[in-house]
Design a protein around this ligand. Structure first.
Ligand SMILES: C[S@@+](CC[C@H](N)C(=O)[O-])C[C@H]1O[C@@H](n2cnc3c(N)ncnc32)[C@H](O)[C@@H]1O
Length: 294
């Protein structure tokens, strides 16, 4: 049996599970190339030290790289790694550890394929002396190869306002394939989109934070992993969250018919993840209520 066949066989036998421990150690029990997608939000540098331990911004890249080496090893060649992260401000300026991490990950062998912005539609008001409220985070998309699994149709959005405005009266440059005036190599024929109900989205995701998720102080909204799982995997694929927290990624994956593996260093969060994997058995059963277990 050749290597891809072996990897496929191993991946096809993986079950959904939530595991306790440092992802650096836990991942070593997984074979090479068994994961289709990694979506995660790691502990941010120096933040929430009281909740689950902070890493100093200056040490962040050195801390992250050995874990990323494991991610690279377990990811299938056509897989993706989506990293939700945002650099904090230190001594009045943005720290550069995320930028340094991107460069270090490229050296490790990752392609920095895309950067999505998560625009937090509902962030709290606030006032700082030298900046405005932080309303966005990065979702860095890394891949092993230029060819990777991507189902763009799965995340199409209603054409909406474009149909009424830009597409209603087209100029001469809109009806031929035309290189943009600013010289970026994006040739476009806008007329192609006339009469269509759906368009492809941009790389900005407008999602509200979910304050109602009290299970973790740094949970991201369910819609965030959902979007990347739809875009970058198919049914039955294996989604990994190595810093799983309350299990938002696991919930999104299971609800979309994927398999989900979550790892967290804290027992309380592994328990939350297990509830997401097994919503009936994980729940505290209320007397007098009937539950279906399949
Ligand atoms: C930003 S939170 C993830 C929140 C998650 N996206 C959610 O929606 O609930 C990061 C998580 O990483 C866990 N963590 C920190 N260091 C870890 C490590 N070395 N291995 C595994 N998990 C770790 C923390 O316990 C924390 O729950």
């Amino acid at each position: 049996m050749n290597a891809p066949e072996l990897a496929y066989l191993r991946a096809s036998t993986l079950d959904s599970e939530a595991l306790l421990g440092d992802c650096l150690d836990v991942l070593q029990r997984y074979p090479d190339q068994c994961i289709d997608l990694i979506v995660t939000s790691p502990p941010y540098a120096d933040q929430r030290a009281t909740t689950y331990g902070g890493i100093k911004p200056d040490d962040y890249v050195d801390w992250f790289l050995p874990r990323a080496a494991q991610f690279l090893r377990v990811l299938k060649p056509g897989g993706s790694f989506v990293l939700n992260i945002k650099e904090k401000a230190v001594h009045g300026e943005r720290h550069t550890y995320v930028l340094e991490l991107i460069l270090a990950l490229r050296k490790q062998g990752w392609l920095w394929t895309e950067e999505y912005v998560w625009h937090k539609k509902n962030c709290y008001p606030g006032k700082w002396p030298n900046r405005f409220r932080d309303a966005w985070e990065r979702c860095l998309h890394f891949t092993r190869n230029r060819q990777f699994k991507m189902n763009q149709d799965a995340v199409r959005v209603p054409m909406g306002d474009w149909a009424q405005t830009r597409l209603k009266s087209l100029g001469k440059n809109d009806v031929v394939r035309y290189d943009s005036q600013v010289g970026n190599a994006f040739a476009k024929n806008i007329a192609n989109w006339q009469g269509r109900a759906l368009a492809y989205p941009t790389n900005v995701l407008h999602l509200a934070t979910e304050c109602s998720n009290k299970q973790h102080s740094a949970a991201y909204p369910l819609a965030l992993p959902q979007w990347f799982i739809k875009l970058l995997t198919g049914e039955g694929d294996v989604v990994l969250d190595p810093f799983a927290g309350s299990g938002t990624t696991l919930q999104a994956a299971i609800e979309l018919g994927r398999r989900a593996i979550g790892i967290d260093i804290a027992q309380e969060f592994v328990d939350r993840c297990r509830e997401k994997l097994n919503p009936v058995q994980g729940r505290l059963l209320e007397p007098g209520k009937s539950y279906v277990v399949d």
